[in-house]
Ligand binder design. Structure first.
Ligand SMILES: NC(=O)c1ccc[n+]([C@@H]2O[C@H](COP(=O)([O-])OP(=O)(O)OC[C@H]3O[C@@H](n4cnc5c(N)ncnc54)[C@H](OP(=O)(O)O)[C@@H]3O)[C@@H](O)[C@H]2O)c1
Length: 347
């Protein structure tokens, strides 16, 4: 279902000044027209990442975001118009925007970092958005727009953590921390590929869901503050091959203890603060601590092939309406969710 826009105005959200969730403001603007190489996308859904909370609170990677920023990196929609010389997409295609609009493949460049949606440049919480054709990927056919909108940041980051570093082998064990967007995708991708997965969570109810999604074992990190010992016990005292490390300084020491000799830790998140990191144990174990900043379009496309082949369904915790965007942010902040929090943009 798509239609060429007959409207001349559209609604979007802006952050005039990033002073918290209440600073989210609905605004109206002219519908843009695609120029050479551009596609106009009628956005249908967007999803939230922890980063979006940091940005609206003025504590993003770049400090305060640009004034009047349009928030959110992750969105999906339908192409409704294309400019001259557009060959990668056509009207009617179901697409998602890449987190970094210019990172196609190879190593990350500084310019790529400056093309991150909803941070360095305007994001996707808008009824329509212009994209350069190179910043779009086709959605897997079996996914809804809501599901497709979960992929660009959390999905690609999880994919990169599993497949962007040293290869994993059949029988390897992957450790995912918590049950947020990145960790649930990592669980799904790893379980689908046949790896053993150990999940941690603050909640036994959430761990039960992780089991249903394919986790081999769960550890409640509230009940077991020294959860790394549980992980070691579950891996014959050896530790896991890969950690999807979304916790940051507050969890990294335990993640290092929970990793086997020569294993790899995907350094992703900063959900926790504090904690002195001693690098010596990582050195003695020959670990790889690999920094991850989402991923390239090529990684996104590789991930989509796996999602299509295995008909993986992203886990959506709750869908909010466009006018309830602030409630969606509050829900993410509460950490009551498991998987992804989504905003439906178009009815
Ligand atoms: N480097 C990158 O490119 C990149 C990309 C995406 C995300 N990130 C970062 O990765 C982190 C996760 O992002 P997200 O969007 O997936 O977040 P999210 O959906 O908001 O996940 C929040 C969940 O993390 C878990 N958690 C919180 N504190 C924890 C702790 N001390 N130990 C273990 N788990 C804990 C909780 O799960 P339970 O309720 O189950 O305990 C919580 O519900 C954030 O720091 C984010 O900025 C980085």
């Amino acid at each position: 279902m798509h239609h060429l826009p007959t409207v001349t105005f559209m609604q979007l959200y802006r952050i005039p000044q990033a002073t918290g969730i209440d600073s989210l403001t609905v605004a109206e603007t002219h519908l843009p027209q695609p120029e050479r190489g551009q596609a106009l996308v009628h956005m249908q859904a967007a999803s939230l990442n922890y980063r979006d909370l940091m940005i609206v609170e003025g504590r993003g990677a770049r400090g305060a975001p640009p004034a009047d920023l349009v928030p959110l990196s992750d969105g999906a929609g339908v192409v409704v118009a294309v400019g001259p010389d557009v060959t990668r997409v056509k009207v009617g295609d179901r697409v998602a925007g890449c987190f970094m609009q210019t990172w196609i493949g190879g190593p990350l460049s500084a310019d790529d970092g400056a093309s991150a949606l909803g941070g360095a440049i305007d994001g996707v919480l808008a009824e329509y958005r212009l994209f350069d054709q190179n910043g779009l990927v086709l959605l897997p056919e079996h996914l809804s727009y809501e599901q497709g909108a979960t992929l660009p940041c959390a999905g690609v980051t999880a994919w990169n953590a599993l497949y962007g570093g040293q290869p994993l082998s059949p029988g390897d064990t992957v450790l995912v921390l918590g049950t947020g967007g990145v960790s649930v995708f990592a669980l799904q991708f790893a379980a689908t590929a046949g790896f053993r997965v150990i999940a941690t969570s603050s909640s036994d109810e959430k761990l039960a869901v992780m089991h249903r999604l394919g986790a081999t074992h769960g550890v409640n990190y509230r009940q077991h503050p020294e959860w790394q010992n549980q992980v070691l016990a579950l891996t014959n005292g050896e530790g896991v091959a890969r950690v999807v490390e979304v916790g940051g300084t507050g969890t990294l020491t335990r993640s290092i203890q929970a990793t086997r000799l020569g294993g790899e830790i995907g350094m992703i998140g900063a959900l926790t603060q504090g904690g002195d990191i001693n690098p010596t144990p990582a050195m003695r174990k020959g670990l790889i601590l690999r920094g991850i900043y989402v991923g390239s379009r090529q990684m996104f496309e590789a991930m989509n092939r796996a999602i299509s082949a295995h008909r993986i369904e992203p886990v959506i915790d709750r869908v909010f309406k466009f006018e309830e965007a602030a409630d969606a942010y509050r829900h993410l902040k509460s950490q009551a969710h498991l998987g992804k929090v989504v905003i439906r943009i178009s009815e």
